[in-house]
Design a protein around this ligand. Structure first.
Ligand SMILES: Cc1cc2nc3c(=O)[nH]c(=O)nc-3n(C[C@H](O)[C@H](O)[C@H](O)COP(=O)(O)OP(=O)(O)OC[C@H]3O[C@@H](n4cnc5c(N)ncnc54)[C@H](O)[C@@H]3O)c2cc1C
Length: 367
């Protein structure tokens, strides 16, 4: 069990000030530990471009049972986590609970969407098919061509840029210190426990199989500074393209995202074209919005698409909290709570058993 030190050596060094590292820092500092967070550019990783969907249901994919369970466990923590964070940080972060519509433009698109939601319903997850008229009653902005869809009322959203700012404020208010610089070797750190929450940067520090998975994404802005003409997150298939539309309080609509096995952050004309065409096919009014930003980020992907959380074998005092791939925002609460618990008690919650670094022991480049 880790008890707080007086002064000198930190109790906990956190590498990475993205949502995962900052939330771990906040939770540890709030339990009285001396925490130092290292990052040359806080909040500049995948979270800077992320859409912020909290989608335990619509992101439940075939063959990912254990990950689906962790997504559901983290989503269930979100309401309490959001309330505590708003209180601790003294600011909001665009947490919205209108729910998610899953829609198909053509009959082929609808068949594709239905195949997945039938699987999700089979798991007992809350997603309910709707008739086209029921869809349009909920969101009149949907194109008349949309053939059908479903509602996942428990799939919510948050603004990741504002979330990171709130987590930073909460961590600093709880006493955590931020050091603006990169960590080159874990052995350079003077702390009793080190938590590696460096997203894609974790691979170089630990040898874990975390690889960059590029995502291009757009930000549109409603004309005249008004709110977007729809309130649900809309996830759709449009002529074979998969796209999501996330409406924000301030008039922004996030349109994403590509999934590419590349490590650059360039934005291509073809990706912008495909995302915009699918977005406008589903919600025609988006053609009148300003194109405010086109960007790309690197998801910290793993071989099984699930995060890597727990003690690093052969490295006493080092914990990994990385590899959150497409789900780092929704998984922030459960990761932070269970890593803080592990730091303080030395006990790993059984929920973490499928996600330990040991499952990749054969992949690691150095110990
Ligand atoms: C296009 C796109 C859309 C997404 N949409 C969603 C979504 O809707 N919902 C969802 O849940 N997730 C989404 N994600 C995934 C989510 O953004 C990531 O899983 C999440 O940001 C991971 O958080 P993190 O803190 O582990 O890493 P990051 O956010 O990548 O932050 C890592 C931090 O570590 C720092 N760092 C790296 N190396 C070092 C080093 N050596 N020393 C010190 N600091 C270092 C970086 O500067 C950075 O600040 C999306 C990602 C992308 C790219």
């Amino acid at each position: 069990m880790l008890t707080a030190t007086g002064q000198g050596t930190a109790d906990v060094a956190v590498v990475g000030a993205g949502p995962v590292g900052l939330a771990v820092a906040w939770r540890c500092a709030a339990r009285g530990l001396r925490v130092v967070v290292h990052d040359p550019a806080p909040g500049s990783g995948a979270s800077h471009v992320a859409a912020g969907m909290l989608s335990p249901v619509a992101e439940a994919y075939f063959g990912e049972h254990e990950l689906t369970g962790l997504l559901a466990a983290s989503a269930a923590r979100w309401p309490g986590f959001a309330a505590e964070l708003a209180e601790a940080a003294g600011t909001g972060f665009g947490y919205r609970t209108e729910g998610t519509l899953v829609v198909g433009l053509t009959s082929d698109d609808l068949a594709e969407a239905r195949r997945l939601w039938s699987y999700q319903r089979g798991l007992g997850l809350p997603i309910t098919p709707l008739r086209p008229s029921e869809l349009r009653d909920r969101e009149p902005a949907l194109a008349p061509r949309v053939r059908g869809g479903a509602v996942a009322p428990g799939d919510h959203q948050v603004d990741p840029r504002r979330l990171v700012a709130a987590l930073r404020a909460a961590a600093e208010r709880a006493g955590a210190t931020l050091v603006a610089g990169p960590v080159r070797e874990l052995s350079d750190l003077d702390a009793r426990v080190t938590v590696v929450a460096a997203g894609c940067g974790a691979a170089a520090l630990t040898g874990l199989p975390v690889r960059p998975v590029k995502g291009q994404i757009l930000r549109l802005r409603a004309p005249g500074g008004g709110p977007p003409g729809f309130g649900h997150v809309i996830r759709g298939y449009a002529d074979g393209e998969s796209v999501y539309l996330v409406p924000r309080d301030g008039g922004e609509v996030v349109v994403g995202a590509t999934v590419e096995e590349r490590a650059d952050t360039g934005v291509t004309a073809g990706a912008v074209l495909r995302l915009l065409r699918a977005a406008v096919d589903l919600v025609p009014e988006l053609a009148e919005y300003d194109l405010a930003e086109a960007s790309a980020g690197l998801r910290p992907g793993t071989p099984d698409n699930a995060p890597i959380i727990g003690p690093l074998p052969g490295r006493p005092g080092v914990l990994a909290a990385t590899g959150h791939h497409r789900h780092g925002i929704v998984l922030t609460p459960v990761t932070a709570d269970l890593v803080a618990e592990l730091v303080v008690t030395g006990e790993a919650d059984p929920l973490l058993a499928p996600f330990t670094p040991e499952r990749f022991a054969g992949h690691r480049r150095h110990g």
